[in-house]
Design a protein around this ligand. Structure first.
Ligand SMILES: [Zn+2]
Length: 188
């Protein structure tokens, strides 16, 4: 048995069989996503890089089918979520955030265009075949925040140490500040 996420399949095959694909893989399975996460984590000192970041589970499901009154437009719907390790851009400490996607895509060739399907996004197919994995991976990458930061003040080292002057806590001061905090810790 192949891996249905990994297998190349024609869109028509996937849609007409109503293929349901379970997603239950580690982040490391999605090489492109994993290399982005890895590059981000290199900002941490090696001892702070979360040991198991590659093993974080990506869970979800894709369902293929047809949309449209004539049921002739290949589509995929579903959802997936994953907890990603990252570096807080404010305090430069490790953090985690959840990425969730809920695709609702029409799988169309570049010549096709449709009106009246506003609830769908159009996924333009370069060829008639696709790898379901590529869709999941690309959507997860697009869903990554541009800049990750601790949500809660209490979690963020910079904000919890000094609640004043938040305005100036943007980079490039963050590096300096985390250094200062580290120095303070060393003094204790
Ligand atoms: Zn933070």
């Amino acid at each position: 048995m192949g891996d249905p996420l990994q297998d190349q399949c024609t869109v028509i095959e996937l849609a007409s069989s109503g293929q349901v694909i379970e997603i239950s893989n580690k982040i490391s399975y999605f090489d492109g996503l994993a290399s982005i996460v890895e590059a981000d984590l290199t900002a941490l000192s090696p001892d702070k890089i979360p040991v198991g970041w590659r093993d974080s589970d990506v869970h979800g499901e894709l369902q293929f089918g047809f949309a449209g009154i004539e049921k002739n437009l290949p589509m995929v719907t579903g959802s997936a979520r994953v907890t990603v390790d990252a570096v807080c851009q404010r305090c430069l400490e490790p953090m985690q955030f959840e990425v969730q996607i809920e695709p609702k895509l029409l799988l169309l060739s570049s010549e096709q265009s449709v009106d009246g399907y506003d609830e769908f996004e159009v996924w333009e197919l370069a060829e008639t075949e696709l790898r379901p994995k590529d869709i999941v991976e690309e959507l997860l990458i697009m869903a990554l925040p541009l800049s990750a930061m601790h949500n809660k003040t209490a979690d963020c080292k910079v904000l919890s140490v000094n609640d004043e002057g938040r305005e100036e806590l943007v980079r490039p001061f963050a590096t300096l500040r985390s250094q200062m905090i580290q120095n303070e810790k060393d003094l204790i």
